[in-house]
Design a protein around this ligand. Sequence first.
Ligand code: SAM
Length: 258
Amino acid sequence: MLSYQHAYHAGNLADVHKHSLLAWMLAYLTRKDKPLSYLETHAGRAIYDLSDAAAAKTGEAEAGIARTLPWFSAEHPYARAITATRAAHGGQSYPGSPAIAAHLLRAQDRMDLAELHPGEFNALRNAMSPLPAKCHRQDGFALAHAMIPPTPRRGMILVDPSYELKTDYEAIPGHIAKWHRAWNVGIIALWYPVLTSKTHQAMADRLQASYAGALRHEVRFAPARPGHGMVGSGLFVVNPPFGMAQEAARLNSHFDAL
Ligand code: SAM
């Protein structure tokens, strides 16, 4: 059984990186009225309480969103999603990726979320109801293989594994190649940790070599604890929306100044 629980890490600097760019992409996609599909392979519980024992134990949100929220204007889609979540769930709540997407998507859009952990899945389902999001308690890669290409074809998938299975690093480029062949217009966004061990590097290099025009974006930060192996956050995006590189560069300037 996998033991990773995102509650210990919600709102950390990697989440700020991933979630702010996710919100930016969804805001871009929803500028047009046309409906879209949003898929997630590893959804988590959607709503986190940053005052709970898990967040307090690591202090990662304190070093993350608590410090970095001023990087985003009140109109930035990430800030809007946080404000809406706090209005609905309390001032110490934090939106995971499904809650950010739920805030930005419209009635005409479709949302399919996979989460395998039973407790996280139940929390996700409760957080998402009564929204018309479909929550699937199944392996996220299998769900994506079954659903891609989605209807409507316009849209994106977020792939956000915990990488507890080291085989994910080997397998993910093959998954992405298959999805891209079947869905050449889809935006495929993969999050990965930047590690002192460089375990992520071969996967990221392989992806970068395979997709002309993709965006590989990495930010660096101090480890959450002395000796902790994660020293940055990466997002690899196939078919990045126009202008995303500028938003990513804006983030670099903030991360570099931390
Ligand atoms: N995407 C979430 C966010 O940004 O708010 C965080 C997701 S967390 C990094 C990874 C999640 O994947 C965990 O909740 C874990 O239970 C779940 N998980 C692990 N293996 C899975 C699998 N094979 N399929 C679907 N979910 C899985």
